[in-house]
Ligand binder design. Structure first.
Ligand code: ASP
Length: 322
């Protein structure tokens, strides 16, 4: 099928790329971490794509799989691209009837960033540290709510792995949102109690004391990032070996011609070297990718490894249905 689609895009069209604006599909709502990354990236990539606008389109729902399905079906002419994250690796293990194959129906264009996550609570939660938060959750067995952005989202995977490792699976009630932009508003408002979210979505809210943080999910503490430097890792609070860092990548529909893929990959590489883009990512705890995963092959090999990692984790923990 890919070969036929490739033939459908004449060489002259591929060589003239980009001749008009490019749509970048974000499979989560506006205001969340993937959306804000996409908007920053669009600005940083634009100069290397002859200045054509990169227009962000939010197609949210089902943990990002609706937006991904839309891009998998789009004309492979480089004018519809997808930004997605760990969902690319986890969705195959969570959705029995996925409308696309994550490893076969896309062209992998390059990995963008690595993002730590943090365990967060509403500011009304009467807990000053991780241990007190656990006690509070246990005392309120099943009555407190964990927000997440849908099956296979980063917040879902983190929540799942944490609840399973900490023995909390029956003790928190999951509440699905379309993204952690809206979920964060409810965490701030106290409609939900806890959430595991990307540092990029949480740091400003912690700084403004609108929410609390209790721990980070990385292997080592986040000492470089002042706002998170005082929080322990989940490993340090007793969840031996807990280590979760998520990532985002850039994708095109399968069959997108190689001339176009090369131009987008070049623009991505330029964007990731941009000091303004690098600094804005670093300020939120994320690191731009500067290794072999920036190449399409390295990106795909990495996602294949991650797919196996999440398959095993999901097999070991089971999931929650909400
Ligand atoms: N990336 C999602 C968003 O932007 C959140 C998640 O995956 O947890 O809303």
């Amino acid at each position: 099928m890919c070969a036929l689609l490739t033939l459908a895009i004449p060489l002259a069209v591929a060589q003239a790329y980009p001749a008009r604006s490019i749509t970048l599909v974000v499979p989560f709502p506006a205001g969340g971490p993937t959306d804000s990354l996409a908007r920053q990236l669009a600005v940083a990539m634009q100069p290397s794509l002859d200045g054509v606008p990169i227009v962000v389109e939010n197609t949210a729902g089902a943990g990002g799989t609706l937006g991904a399905a839309k891009v998998a079906r789009a004309t492979p002419d480089g004018y519809t691209l997808l930004i997605w994250h760990v969902g690319m690796a986890a969705s195959g293990s969570l959705y029995p009837k996925l409308a696309f194959s994550p490893l076969q129906d896309f062209e992998y264009l390059g990995l963008i960033n690595d993002v730590p996550m943090a365990l967060l609570g509403t500011s009304r939660l009467p807990a000053a540290n991780y241990g007190e938060m656990l006690d509070h959750i246990r005392r309120h067995r099943g009555r407190l709510h964990l927000a997440h952005a849908g099956l296979g989202s980063a917040s879902h995977l983190c929540g799942l792995m944490w609840m399973s490792a900490a023995g909390l699976k029956e003790k928190l009630s999951p509440v699905p949102y379309r993204g952690t932009g809206p979920a964060m508003s409810d965490l701030i408002g106290g409609q939900v109690d806890v959430m595991c979210d990307q540092t990029t979505n949480a740091s400003e809210q912690i700084r403004a004391q609108r929410i609390k943080a209790f721990a980070v999910t990385t292997e080592r503490p986040l000492l470089d990032l002042e706002i998170f430097s005082g929080f322990p890792t989940l490993d340090q609070v007793g969840l031996n070996g807990f280590n979760l860092t998520i990532w985002h990548g850039l994708y095109a529909p399968g069959g997108t011609p190689s001339e176009i893929r090369q131009k987008v990959n070049d623009a991505l590489r330029q964007a990731l070297k941009d000091p303004i883009f690098q600094a804005s990512q670093a300020a939120l705890g994320a690191k731009v990718v500067q290794d072999h995963r920036l190449s399409p092959e390295g990106h795909k090999a990495f996602v294949a490894q991650e797919t196996e990692k999440f398959r095993l984790a999901i097999e070991a923990t089971g999931t929650f249905s909400d």
